[in-house]
Design a protein around this ligand. Structure first.
Ligand SMILES: C[S@@+](CC[C@H](N)C(=O)[O-])C[C@H]1O[C@@H](n2cnc3c(N)ncnc32)[C@H](O)[C@@H]1O
Length: 269
């Protein structure tokens, strides 16, 4: 994987920062339309192709949108996340919805506290860019899956061009310092292959975000929102093509975040 790999101390600091920030903004994520709605969640569930007998694990469950949507279609979902406050907020939502087959567990995606071969399905949606070592997550997902078990994964990706990728990651990190690094599609493929997965299906989704709304979800003040607006205006070449900023002169800036959704099968070894 290209880019800087954080050492153990840096990785721990990054996880502490994620826990602190997501603890503060848990409510915003539970009520986030960007996470709860949209064609991508429906597509994600379709690609999981769940079975009522299945045990599923949703890694970095956040507000629980994926876990709760999956729950009626499987036997049990373990909803795991690094941030206890996020799990408490997701659990409250489950109670309100009358969902009873979801178990909430504090867990680090890079060191999952589950036995080998425990799950038929592992899901992870819009979170890998927070993990300091995403390759460790993919290998843990393979370990806890039953042979030929399924991984469905969604995350934002960055352009293949290194300079444009750096720009897009810097933009995201300005909004949310717990953004470690989004990968390019090629890097995602390589990481899946190294972890022993065969890709079954890939879908590409572009999500347009109102910049101010997106930034406020992570507690950004006006000054940071202004800086993000400037950065969107400074995007050029492959980065501008990727982010497609609009409304730069009117002040109502919006931009695109590109995602991949991948269904993969753990290869039998
Ligand atoms: C954007 S939210 C996830 C959204 C959610 N999966 C959904 O479908 O709506 C990102 C989540 O990743 C969690 N997270 C960050 N680093 C993590 C790690 N190393 N292990 C587990 N969870 C982590 C955060 O606590 C946060 O709840």
């Amino acid at each position: 994987m290209s880019g800087q790999t954080p050492d153990d101390g840096e990785a721990q600091d990054a996880k502490e920062l994620s826990r602190e920030r997501f603890g503060r903004f848990a409510h915003e994520y539970v009520t986030s339309r960007a996470h709860a709605e949209g064609r991508d969640l429906q597509l994600f569930l379709e690609m999981a192709n769940p079975d009522l007998d299945w045990f599923a694990l949703d890694v970095a469950t956040g507000g629980g949108h994926t876990a709760l949507a999956l729950a009626p279609q499987v036997r049990e979902v373990v909803a795991a996340d690094l941030t206890p406050q996020m799990l408490e907020a997701a659990q409250e939502r489950a109670t309100e919805m009358g969902v009873t087959n979801v178990r909430f567990v504090v867990a680090d995606a890079e060191d999952l506290p589950f036995e080998d071969g425990s799950f038929d399905l592992v899901t992870c949606r819009i979170a890998t860019h927070h993990f300091p070592h995403p390759d460790a997550f993919f290998s843990e997902a393979a370990r806890v899956l039953k042979p030929v078990g399924r991984l469905v994964f969604q995350d934002q990706i960055v352009p293949e061009d290194d300079e444009a990728a750096r720009f897009v990651n810097d933009f995201e990190r300005t909004r949310d310092p717990s953004h470690s690094r989004a990968l390019s599609e090629t890097e995602v493929y390589a990481a899946l292959q190294t972890a022993g997965f065969e890709v079954l299906r890939i879908e590409r989704v572009s999500k347009r975000h109102d910049l101010a709304e997106w930034a406020r979800m992570q507690g950004c003040e006006d000054e940071t929102i202004g800086r993000l607006g400037e950065m969107a205006g400074e995007a050029s070449g492959a980065a501008a093509d990727w982010m497609e900023p609009r409304g730069l002169s009117s002040g109502g800036v919006s931009f695109a975040i590109r995602h991949v959704i991948i269904a993969a099968r753990r290869l039998w070894t």
